[in-house]
Design a protein around this ligand. Structure first.
Ligand SMILES: Cc1cc2nc3c(=O)[nH]c(=O)nc-3n(C[C@H](O)[C@H](O)[C@H](O)COP(=O)(O)OP(=O)(O)OC[C@H]3O[C@@H](n4cnc5c(N)ncnc54)[C@H](O)[C@@H]3O)c2cc1C
Length: 560
């Protein structure tokens, strides 16, 4: 698949028709990063693969993360060295196969006298972190004295500052990482559809042999027969297991994590900052994202449904108070919050009672009596390994079923994700800057990598598509057209929340631009006036939900 290969509402319909017409080897339920990774690995092994996702690709937890591709510095405290080793290796792989989506990010970890983690421990931890990455992290860490730390990040609280570690991890656009993985799967032959929910499992003889899938846009039901069915439902995995066996024991103990977005200039920081919250000593992050910054995350036990999770007033107060303790001049208040997001970590139920943040991030594959394979746990960073483990299981099952030769493991660690074919992004920026202003060129290459050329071609054909969607911001109208034709956009929120990310980074969550974007989509996707109005109303509901905390700030619902 090149950037010109369609991946659109048309491909979606064709995929649903095709998966219903002929049985597939593998049907995957859930199109987050785990399902996308499994679809890619399975299709590359030559299995006839189908995937259905009840919302947008990555619309679940996989677009609500801290957006870090990281070894997981905080897991060192739990002596989870195996996980850090694996995640560090995966960080290196993803930096190579998706250089436009996974970028090195320098972090400062300031250490304060009297803080929960003493300086010696941070320093020892940093050596261990580099060691577990076999000294192949972006760069090895450095310890900075107090003066040097303040020189790099002058807004840090000075009182009791002893010094800071300067170390490296990577940041990604989580939703776009899912999309790129999904497109790579489709390129290898996988049939994938968003807004298609599994509503029941086919069990004609007691074994799981497919699913009934409802197209949530047309309302049409499809019957998809499959030799193997995989549940990649993330925090919904137990619900999906319930379709197989209503009495199935829960596998998960989900914990909730929230983030707040604030204008970057209020914190005035240059580096990503790792710190321990003075409220409860938990490790947290302040992360840059263009001209905004996000602070995260919380980690709380919850009984809330994954469909209803949102940042509460007490989440926001906790995050802002923690950030203010490290950047006292910022004096962030709830009025500064641009947006919030929250998700549930699909963590495995621990064998013993532990605090939420100590729950293991390991993954596990479980097979039910009727043969449903469920994958639970894991992280965005380690999705490729999770996918490989699952497809090994699927391959063994297919081999046992029909004796087909076992296909070798595909080199998913070498095959670039779409747009990641060129490692030298600066060369791409230079080329693009001959066609559009340099800031636009940098933005497009940062988001689309080598596929920026496809967006630029649209601008060449129609100059007005080079205009910004929101004045003063880098996103241009050509990206909306590109998203419809090449990124399977079927709803307004797909564009604003996950393809362009205006929801979580534009000052007013792009509300003033909503109508104009809806007009373009209505034209491209053939919406009537009612559908257009419903799409706008649904987007405004999402905005309202991300701001619902404001009503609770005066009386936090969950005191900490
Ligand atoms: C706050 C927070 C911060 C995090 N930060 C990081 C981080 O910085 N780095 C990192 O590596 N990891 C991080 N993680 C973990 C990581 O985000 C998750 O492990 C990962 O995204 C889970 O992906 P998934 O595909 O398993 O689940 P999901 O992304 O939730 O995907 C499951 C999908 O199944 C779909 N589904 C459910 N029911 C059905 C049905 N009936 N039919 C069809 N589809 C269905 C859902 O709509 C959903 O899209 C974080 C998690 C949270 C919550």
């Amino acid at each position: 698949m090149t950037s010109d290969t369609p991946f659109s509402y048309r491909t979606r319909r064709a995929a649903l028709e095709s998966m219903a017409a002929d049985p597939v080897d593998l049907l995957i339920l859930g199109g987050g990063i785990t399902g996308a990774g499994i679809a890619r690995d399975a299709a590359l092994r030559g299995f006839r693969t189908a995937l259905v996702e009840k919302g947008d690709f990555g619309g679940g937890t996989s677009s609500q993360s801290s957006r870090l591709i990281h070894g997981g510095i905080r897991y060192l405290e739990q002596y989870d060295f195996r996980l850090v080793l694996e995640a560090s290796r995966e960080r290196r792989v993803l930096l190579e196969i998706a250089p436009h989506l996974v970028r090195p990010l320098p972090f400062l970890f300031p250490v304060y006298r009297g803080g929960r983690v003493p300086a010696w421990k941070v320093r020892a931890g940093m050596w261990l972190y580099d060691l577990l990455a076999a000294f192949h992290n972006v760069r090895i860490h450095h310890w900075l004295g107090r003066r040097a730390a303040l020189k790099l990040e002058s807004g840090l609280r000075e009182k009791d500052l002893q010094g800071a570690a300067l170390y490296y991890d990577a940041q990604t656009d989580d939703a776009r990482l899912v999309l790129a993985t999904m497109r790579s799967a489709a390129r290898a032959g996988a049939l994938v559809a968003n807004y298609a929910a599994a509503t029941s499992l086919l069990k004609p003889d007691g074994r799981v042999r497919g699913a009934t899938v409802r197209d949530l846009l047309s309302g049409r039901p499809y019957t998809v027969r499959a030799l193997v069915v995989v549940n990649a439902g993330g925090p919904w995995a137990d619900q999906l297991r319930g379709l197989d066996d209503p009495h199935a024991e829960p596998l998960l103990r989900p914990t909730e994590g929230a983030h707040v977005v604030v204008p970057r200039q209020r914190l005035g920081h240059t580096y990503a900052v790792t710190f321990t919250s003075p409220i409860d000593g938990r490790v947290m992050f302040i992360l840059p994202w263009g001209d905004s910054s996000y602070v995260g995350t919380t980690d709380t036990d919850t009984g809330v449904s994954p469909d209803d999770v949102r940042a509460t007033g007490s989440d926001v107060v906790y995050l802002l108070r923690s950030a203010n303790a490290v950047f006292p001049q910022a004096r962030l208040s709830p009025a500064d919050v641009i947006a919030t997001w929250a998700g549930l970590r699909p963590l495995l139920h621990p064998d013993r009672a532990v605090a939420p943040s100590e729950s293991s991030r390991e993954h596990r594959i479980v097979e039910s009596a009727s043969g449903l394979l469920t994958i639970a746990g894991g992280k965005l960073t380690t999705y490729r390994v999770m996918a490989r483990d699952m497809v090994d299981r699927v391959a063994a099952r297919l081999h046992a079923l029909d004796g087909r030769p076992r296909a070798g493991r595909p080199r998913t660690d070498r095959l670039p994700l779409p747009g990641g074919e060129t490692a030298d992004l600066e060369v791409l920026v230079k080329g693009a800057a001959t066609r559009v202003p340099e800031t636009t060129a940098r933005h497009l290459v940062g988001r689309y990598g080598s596929e920026a050329a496809a967006v630029l071609n649209l601008v060449d054909r129609e100059r007005a598509l080079g205009d910004p969607i929101v004045a003063g911001r880098p996103e241009i109208w050509a990206e909306v057209k590109h998203a419809v034709e090449r990124e399977m956009v079927v709803r307004l929120a797909d564009v604003l929340v996950r393809r362009l990310r205006l929801f979580s980074s534009a000052r007013d969550q792009a509300v003033p631009a909503t109508s104009a974007v809806a007009d373009r989509l209505a034209q491209a996707l053939g919406w009537d006036a009612d559908r257009r109005a419903a799409e706008v109303a649904d987007y405004l509901k999402l905005v309202e939900r991300s701001r619902a905390f404001a009503r609770e700030v005066a009386r936090p619902s969950r005191p900490r």
